[in-house]
Design a binder for this molecule. Structure first.
Ligand code: ADP
Ligand code: MG
Length: 672
């Protein structure tokens, strides 16, 4: 392997372009795989061509004219004995006009589109009529502006000829589909003419799958070694709580579900081990994760350790703060609040209490991660709604000692994806909702009928509703403005209701006051932005209206919908959408209408959007696959996991080399 500058024709400016594509070394070039292939080997009859594909065609020019439509162009009718196509040029010059004069016999190469005259080729390449000598398909690479396909092919050719034979085999032989690495790369960069094109385009060819598998193994090695590294640290000894737990459960107005009890047991079992717990608790919205977290806190607190609870938004963190204060202060535990917005004296007092151990239970936002926050005796960290935090942040807190980690996510993650994104965590699932919930009824209504929705809300005596405003831009300011405008409108309109407003631009205590008023039914209609997405719990709220629902992703919509249906009354979710709906938008809304099951929705979301969107950019930044696509290659994950375990145990040097090949940037942890 060498740096790309070693290759002919690559100076600093080309190297800079390649770096944009994350290509730094000749290996990176070899692993930069084609996105498509062209067949330049065979002339195709004009009655065999299909829109969207690229062909080599040959024929006689029948006519040439220069229509002046929206834009002046040159239209050349080319005919063979089976049919005809139009060649369309928006830029033309004398040489081209001469070459395509009526009666000329030419060969052209280009993509077929539908134009004003039926099937057309826009600016095809004009090729000499020579004997065809190609024996391979021609690869087309993902590229960037300033780098042509032919240059790309040249660099990859050079890299291949000079460096491919040096690539060591790192994968155990039985997992290579019979392809040595070099042969697999050769096949993918230069498939034979009879290659199964469909299979290649879908990444299903055994040569491709062999590479994909190798990459997945490398990722699993990375996750497993991180896990091993953490689990090798000593961790707080925690004993089962007796008095705290009993008192807590007695004061609770309900009995935990079977699923909550089972997961709590799994957690307690981890806490009693001498190594740090690394556990992910998944549970659909409303499954009751908070109680499970509180039970875990009972054990740690009674054993004399501090517990930190962290949530991604102020609203959610504050809600936890209120709950945990209510539950734990009567047990003689001091509960503290830490947030980024907290300044000056209040902040100092809180940090001091945490540092001296005077306060044992600390609830807050990202602020808990900051260096200035020092814990006296941190035993357990509970992170709610994990997918919003990155792995690195999780590690940052761990570095303040090696406490047990409990991560809770409300977005149920398909199992295989969880294995890849959270391969370093054990998983528990709360797969049962508390009793007495009536399923939420979801309807989709075009925005033109917004008026009817308003009427319907006006008629709902004694019910509480959310009205969520969304915007295209990911801008808190614009979102807030939209919500303010809607708030003014609805306030004027509903004189019989108290209308409230909450959005991300409000001060923490303002938000807090509004949420509290909504909880106490002093507000019946709450206009909000998506800040209420996660975790807010007001059981009496039974109507959720989401404006411009088509703009939000499936999981986000499911989260929002989960704000209702928390009590025993029938609940409704009304998705207002703007027409016309895109195919994708239609699919998303239909999925929500049909299913209330977070797992079904997450699987669908994974198919529609891919894992990056589903988990948030932070997580996928960590994943950064070169050739694998989780939504396509999930079926390989289980085996990749086992092979990774085996390699770490029996072939640590190969495992390390795999990391160097596939994840050169990732942090390294000694595997023990
Ligand atoms: P999530 O899993 O979405 O975080 P919460 O922990 O906020 O859910 O719980 C949702 C609601 O269900 C809360 O009002 C909570 O008090 C209630 N709840 C939790 N567990 C039970 C249970 N076993 N029986 C009845 N209600 C429960
Ligand atoms: Mg929650």
């Amino acid at each position: 392997m060498a740096v790309i500058q070693e290759l002919k024709g690559i100076g600093n400016s080309i190297a800079a372009l390649l770096e944009k594509l994350h290509i730094f070394t000749t290996d990176d070039l070899l692993f930069h795989l084609p996105r498509d292939y062209e067949d330049r080997s065979t002339v195709v009859a004009m009655n065999q061509i299909q829109v969207g594909r690229t062909y080599l065609l040959e024929g006689t020019v029948k006519s040439v004219d220069f229509p002046t439509g929206k834009r002046k162009s040159m239209a050349v009718l080319l005919e063979d004995e089976f049919g005809h196509v139009t060649l369309r040029f928006y830029h033309f010059y004398k040489g081209l006009i001469d070459r395509l004069a009526v009666g000329e016999h030419v060969r052209v190469f280009g993509e077929v589109r539908v134009g004003a005259r039926g099937l057309e080729l826009y600016h095809p390449e004009i090729l000499p009529i020579a004997t065809l000598s190609k024996t391979q398909l021609t690869a087309i690479y993902p590229t960037t502006e300033g780098l042509t396909q032919s240059k790309f092919r040249d660099y990859i050719e050079q890299a291949f000829n000079q460096y491919a034979h040096n690539l060591p085999e790192l994968l155990p032989k039985q997992f290579t589909n019979g392809y040595a690495l070099k042969d697999a790369l050769n096949y993918i960069h230069h498939p034979p003419l009879n290659a199964h094109m469909q299979q290649l385009l879908q990444g299903q060819h055994p040569a491709q799958q062999r590479l994909i598998f190798e990459e997945l193994v490398a990722h699993q090695i990375s996750l497993l070694s991180r896990r091993a590294y953490i689990q090798n640290m000593p961790s707080p000894r925690i004993h089962p709580s007796e008095s705290f737990l009993n008192t807590f459960l007695q004061r609770l107005s309900f009995v935990p579900t079977q699923a909550q009890q089972r997961v709590s047991k799994e957690i307690l079992n981890d806490l009693q081990q001498p190594k740090p717990m690394l556990r992910l608790v998944q549970g659909d919205v409303g499954a009751g994760k908070t109680v499970v977290a509180a039970i875990a806190a009972c054990h740690a607190l009674e054993s004399g350790w501090q517990v930190a609870i962290m949530a991604p938004t102020e609203i959610l963190a504050e809600q936890h703060y209120i709950n945990f204060k209510k539950w734990f202060e009567p047990l003689g535990i001091q509960v503290s609040w830490l947030s980024g917005k907290q300044k000056g004296k209040a902040r100092e007092v809180a940090q001091h209490a945490v540092q001296t151990g005077q306060s044992q239970l600390i609830v807050g936002t990202h602020a808990l991660f900051q260096d200035s926050v020092q814990f006296a005796k941190l035993g357990l960290v509970i992170i709610d709604e994990q997918h919003r935090f990155g792995v690195d942040q999780r590690l940052a807190l761990r570095n303040k000692g090696a406490p047990h980690q409990l991560v809770m996510t409300a977005t149920p993650i398909p199992r295989t994806l969880a294995m890849s994104a959270y391969g370093d965590l054990d998983t528990s699932t709360i797969d049962e909702l508390p009793p007495g919930r009536t399923p939420i009824q979801t309807v989709t209504i075009p925005i033109e009928r917004r008026e009817q929705v308003l009427q319907r809300i006006a008629e709902q005596q004694g019910k509480q509703a959310y009205w969520v405003c969304t915007l295209v831009e990911q801008s808190e300011t614009l979102d807030a403005q939209a919500a303010e405008a809607t708030y003014e409108e609805l306030k004027t309109r509903f004189t019989n209701l108290n209308v409230g407003l909450v959005h991300g631009k409000m001060k923490a205590d303002e938000k807090q006051t509004v949420m509290q008023a909504f909880k106490e039914n002093k507000i019946q209609l709450l206009v909000a932005t998506t800040v209420i997405e996660v975790g807010v719990d007001v059981p009496n709220a039974t109507i959720m209206v989401i404006e411009n629902a088509e703009r939000l992703g499936l999981s986000q919509l499911h989260q929002l919908r989960g704000r209702v249906g928390r009590g025993d009354q029938a609940s409704f979710c009304i998705l207002l959408y703007k027409t016309p709906l895109s195919q994708n938008g239609h699919e998303r809304l239909a999925t929500l209408k049909e299913s209330n099951d977070g797992f079904v929705i997450a699987e669908k979301d994974l198919q529609i959007r891919g894992p990056g969107e589903l988990l948030g950019t932070k997580q996928t930044g960590d994943m950064g696959f070169k050739v694998a696509k989780l939504e396509r290659d999930e079926h390989l994950l289980n085996q990749a996991h086992h092979v990774a375990q085996q390699m770490l145990k029996d072939y640590p040097h190969q495992a390390e080399a795999l990391l160097n090949r596939w994840l050169p940037q990732a942090p390294r942890y000694a595997y023990v």
